[in-house]
Every structure is written in C-alpha cells, then in structure tokens.
Write a protein that binds this ligand. Sequence first.
Ligand code: ADP
Ligand code: MG
Length: 249
Amino acid sequence: MQPIIELIDVSKSFYTNEGEIVVLKNLNLTLEKGKVLGILGPSGSGKSTILNILTNLLKPTSGELIVNGKIGYMFQKDNLLEWRTIKDNIMIGLEIQKKITTEAVEKIDRLLKVYDLWDFRNRFPRELSGGMRQRVALIRTLATDPDILLLDEPFSALDYQTRLIVSDDIYKIIKQENKDAILVSHDISEIIAMSDTIAVLSKRPATIKNTYQIELTVDGERTPLTSRNAPEFKNYFDKLWKELEIYAK
Ligand code: ADP
Ligand code: MG
C-alpha cells in the first residue's frame, strides 16, 4: 500500500456572522496508488471543502496533509470559456503556467484524438453536448499532467442517460492515463460504480463514519457500466443507503 494522499486529523471551521461553523472534525483519509477513492455525503456535508483543502484553496484549521504528486481539479461545472475553441480551452492551463511546449501540444493532440474530440477541436463549447463538454474539461485537467485527479461531482449537471455514458468515459480515461483519483458525490450508485474504496461522511461536523472496500464480480473489464451489473452492487447500495438515512431524519 502506497499512500498518495493522506489527511490526518483534519478539522476545518468557517467563521461567519452567525458564529463558528465546524464543517470537518478530525477527518482521516487515505488515497492509495492506482485507486479511485469515493467520498460519499449529501449536499453541505463538506465534500468540496475537503477537495479545496487538498488543492490549498483553503487552509485546514488544524491537522496534517500529505500529498505525493501533482493534483488536477475537475469541478462540477465545466467552466469552459465560450469564446475560445475546444483546443484553446484545453490549452488554457498550460498558457497560464507558460508551459506550452511542442511536447505538451502533441500530448493534447493525442488526447483529443484518443477521446474522440479531434474533429471538434476548432469548434466552440456551445456546439458540443454536455457529455462532450465534460470530456473536454477532463482533458483540460489532464493537459497539465497531474498525477492525481480530484473530481467534484463531475456528472451532476448532466441528464441521467448522459451521466451513465460520461462516467464510463471518464473512468476509462482515468485508468488508461494511470491516474489516481478522488471522486466526491452524493449519488450512491455512481460512487459504487466508480470507486475502489468509499469513505462515508458523518453528519456535520463531518468525520469518516465508515469505509467500504468495493469488490465486484464483473464480466471482463471493470467499468462503471459493468459494475452496475455486478451481483454485489445491490448489497453495497443498501448498506450505503442506510448510512445516509440518518441525514433524512
Ligand atoms: P458539499 O460540497 O458536501 O455540498 P461544502 O464543502 O461545499 O459541502 O460545504 C460544507 C458546509 O460548509 C456547508 O454548510 C457550507 O454552507 C459551509 N461553507 C462552505 N464554504 C464556506 C465559507 N467560505 N464560509 C462559510 N461557510 C462555508
Ligand atoms: Mg460540493
């Protein structure tokens, strides 16, 4: 076991006019090499706060953070710039970091070709479907060559059918490009379909209530779609459903 990311006893409070809100309390998490870690919790439970701490957008109030690798962050909204072409959107991270090299551009061209966006490289975001836009957003994140991907509810803006297809696409890209990933979501099925390990957040202040190792029997290669047909899927679903039930009370 090789930890890529570790959060050790991390706590985070926000100070507002109404007083202190303790969002995370003594939270411990580990992401291992080659794995997808799912973090499950309903809206407002602190999922984005965890990712914002990992990317140094927020400082924890206390606790320790170990990150062995470069992080790429993919948000819920694709944040594509409507006035730039697909390729220029993908280049933006490299442009900002002043890292546009022949090699980097070749890599982007390869990603565009492999993930079926080459013919759309000179088009504008409004000409693409929601699913294609999410693929563009992922490739934009991959362009800066991160080791670890943080995915913040990346499919929640898509309709159900598209969400199934895009989560399959994105999972395959993560595996093919050899990335480690943390996926946060409130969607029980989606998180089982994508994750090797699932950490369930407790009620606020959030700590890790329970951790599940997801082991599924699938025909052939494991993908989110084949995972959904595994015989163990329903059992995990029922367990996680019960874990979240407490929020509804
Ligand atoms: P999630 O991503 O799980 O929906 P968040 O991490 O966005 O949850 O938020 C967790 C809690 O922290 C929410 O109650 C939210 O209102 C609060 N919160 C998030 N950011 C701030 C902030 N900058 N100031 C005050 N409260 C915040
Ligand atoms: Mg969030």
